[in-house]
Design a protein around this ligand. Sequence first.
Ligand SMILES: [Ca+2]
Length: 137
Amino acid sequence: MPRGTLEVILISAKGLENTDFLSNMDPYAVLTCRTQENKSTVASGQGSDPNWNESFIFTISEGASELVIKLWDRDTFSADDVIGQATIPLEPVFEGESVPDGVYNVVKDEEYCGEIKLILIFRRDCGNHRKNTQARF
Ligand SMILES: [Ca+2]
């Protein structure tokens, strides 16, 4: 298992199933890699085809084999609704160092409900410097 940092550039999603019956959805993403979690901003009123263009950094160490991206619709007067989630295997990223413009299915209850577009960049640790990037987790 390689060590290093994984940069995830969350670009957009499209064709998301609308969970908001009154208006457009306000989608945001929660990205999880093992115990590390990052949250995107809310794409307010962007409905089924939100754009984020945001970048997130994860520290990769033992046991990190997949990235889970869960999409939520932010609601003001009730609990946020789950739109769906994408599970991205990281092995190809570790081998190839980057995956440009990957498109992944978003599923809910094992059914397709849209897709999400990401860029994944892995930077391998050379292992000759001490790591101090865990502090904020
Ligand atoms: Ca909403």
